[in-house]
Write a protein that binds this ligand. Structure first.
Ligand SMILES: [Zn+2]
Length: 426
C-alpha cells in the first residue's frame, strides 16, 4: 500500500513515500567544483543523477531550501583511537615530533589513553566514539583508524582499514613512524595510496625525511604526505614533480611547533593540498573548526592563497584524490557512493557559508545512502523512533548509530567508566 506524508519542517519540506532506498533531493549542490541547483537522485547506496534529473516514481522527495548539499567530508589525517582524549595542554613547542613523543609530560598524558585502548573492547569503543564525533561534524570518510579489528563496526568509512569498499586491505597504506625505519615492500598494484607522516617538525632532521622518502623510492604520485611543516619551496617542487600530495593540519602544527605548514609555497609549487584535523590532543575539535583555523592562517600569513571556493574541495575531492578514492567518494556525481552532508545556509554563497558553519548547522549526514545523523525533525520523519536523541550545543539532533550496546549513551558510559578523561562529543 502506498502512503504519502507531507511534512513542513524548519526550512525543509519532506514528502515521504513508501519506496525504500530511492530518494530525490531538491536544492543547491556543491559538487564541489560547481554549484548546481536541481535534483540529486539516490538509489540504494549510490548517487544516480545530479542536476536536471527525473524523479523516479515512488521516490522519497526531500527539499532542502535553507541549506547547501556538499559531498560527505573526508578527513585524511586522524588518529581515531586517541580521539577520546582532551586537548594536551603542552607548555612549550618542539623542533620535531620525536621530541614531544619523548616528553615526560606527554607520556604521562598519553598513559591513561594507551591503557584504555589497549585492553579488550577499548580500542573499538574509542574508535566508535571518534566516528560519532566525525558524523556530528559532517565527516563521512576518515583516514587514521588502523587495521581492521574484529570488534570494529564502521559508521563512517575508514579509508586505511575497513573502508567498506570493494578494495584490498592495503589499498590505502598508512605509515606513522620515522620514515628511516620504513622497510615494507609495497606492491603498487595493490596499494594506491601511501598516507605517510613526514617532515613533522621545523628542523633539518625532519626536513631530510623527504630525502629519505625519495631514496627509498617512495616519492610517488600515490604518496600522501601528512604534515610537511619542515618543507619549503624546493621540497614542495620535488613533491609536485612526483605528483605526491599533502595534508595540512594547521591547528595541530601551531600547537606543537609554533608554525603552520607553508601552504602558500606548497600551492605555488603546484602540490595538491587537503585539510585534516590530526587528533584531539593537539588538533581542532572537528573539521568545521579546522576550516576556520585554516582560513585565518590563510588570510593572515599565506596572502589568501586558498580562494574561498577551494575550501570545500580541500575537505572533499582533494582528500579523495590523495586517498585514491575519487571513483567512490569526494564529489556529487552519478555513480558515486551516496555520501553527502547538508549544512544550514549561513551566507548566500555556499563556499562562504561553509566557513561560518558550526556543529548545530549540520542538518543531515548520509553515508552510502543511509541517513546516520541529522536534525531531529527530518530524521524522525524519515526514520521514526529508530534513532537516538542528542542535543548538540542546544540543537536537537538524532543519531542513527544503533540501539542497546551500540547506542551512544551506553558507549559513553562504558568508556567513561574506564577512562574518566573522556572528551565531550561536541
Ligand atoms: Zn598525525
Amino acid at each position: 500500500m502506498r502512503w504519502r506524508l507531507l511534512l513542513c519542517l524548519a526550512g525543509i519540506v519532506s514528502q515521504v513515500a513508501q519506496a525504500q532506498g530511492v530518494y530525490a533531493f531538491e536544492g543547491t549542490f556543491v559538487t564541489p567544483d560547481r554549484v548546481v541547483k536541481g535534483t540529486m537522485v539516490v538509489t540504494g547506496d549510490t548517487i544516480t543523477c545530479v542536476g536536471r534529473c527525473p524523479v523516479p516514481a515512488g521516490a522519497t522527495r526531500i527539499k532542502v531550501d535553507d541549506g547547501f548539499i556538499y559531498p560527505g567530508f573526508i578527513d585524511p589525517h586522524q588518529h581515531m583511537a586517541f580521539n577520546i582524549s582532551p586537548l594536551w595542554k603542552n607548555t612549550k613547542t618542539y623542533a620535531q615530533r620525536y621530541a614531544w613523543q619523548q616528553d615526560a609530560d606527554y607520556l604521562a598524558f598519553l598513559a591513561s589513553n594507551r591503557k584504555y585502548i589497549e585492553t579488550g573492547q577499548g580500542w573499538c569503543d574509542a574508535v566508535r566514539f571518534a566516528e560519532i564525533r566525525q558524523l556530528v561534524s559532517g565527516v563521512t570518510t576518515i583516514q587514521g583508524t588502523g587495521r581492521n579489528w574484529p570488534c570494529a563496526k564502521g559508521l563512517v568509512r575508514n579509508a586505511d582499514g575497513f573502508h567498506e569498499l570493494p578494495l584490498p586491505e592495503d589499498y590505502v597504506l598508512p605509515f606513522i613512524p620515522d620514515v628511516r625505519t620504513f622497510s615494507l615492500n609495497i606492491d603498487w598494484n595493490v596499494t594506491h595510496a601511501l598516507a605517510i607522516h613526514l617532515g613533522e617538525g621545523i628542523d633539518e632532521y625532519t626536513r631530510q625525511e623527504l630525502d629519505v622518502l625519495e631514496a627509498k623510492g617512495l616519492l610517488r604520485e600515490e604518496t600522501l604526505i601528512i604534515h610537511g611543516t619542515a618543507f619549503r619551496t624546493p621540497e614542495f617542487q620535488r613533491m609536485a614533480k612526483a605528483g605526491a600530495k599533502l595534508v595540512w593540519s594547521p591547528a595541530s602544527n601551531m600547537a606543537l611547533y609554533g608554525k603552520s605548514m607553508e601552504v602558500e609555497e606548497a600551492i605555488r609549487a603546484g602540490v595538491d593540498v587537503s585539510l585534516g584535523v590530526d587528533w584531539s590532543p593537539s588538533g581542532s575539535h572537528d573539521l568545521l573548526a579546522e576550516l576556520k583555523v585554516a582560513d585565518a592562517v590563510n588570510r593572515e600569513k599565506m596572502h589568501g592563497i586558498v580562494k574561498p571556493n577551494q575550501w570545500a574541495a580541500m575537505i572533499t575531492s582533494r582528500p579523495a584524490r590523495g586517498l585514491a578514492l575519487s571513483q567512490y567518494v569526494g564529489s556529487l556525481a552519478a555513480g558515486m557512493k551516496a555520501d553527502f552532508t547538508i549544512l544550514r545556509r549561513r551566507a548566500r554563497n555556499p563556499h562562504r557559508s561553509l566557513l561560518k558553519n558550526e556543529l548545530p548547522d549540520v542538518q543531515m549526514v548520509w553515508v552510502g545512502g543511509q541517513l546516520l545523523y541529522g536534525d531531529q525533525d527530518i530524521v524522525e520523519s524519515l526514520k521514526p523512533g529508530l534513532c537516538e536523541a542528542l542535543t548538540v550545543k542546544g540543537a536537537r539532533k538524532r543519531l542513527c548509530a544503533g540501539a542497546g550496546e551500540d547506542s551512544f549513551v551506553r558507549l559513553k558510559a562504558r568508556i567513561g567508566a574506564s577512562y574518566p578523561s573522556l572528551i565531550e562529543l561536541y
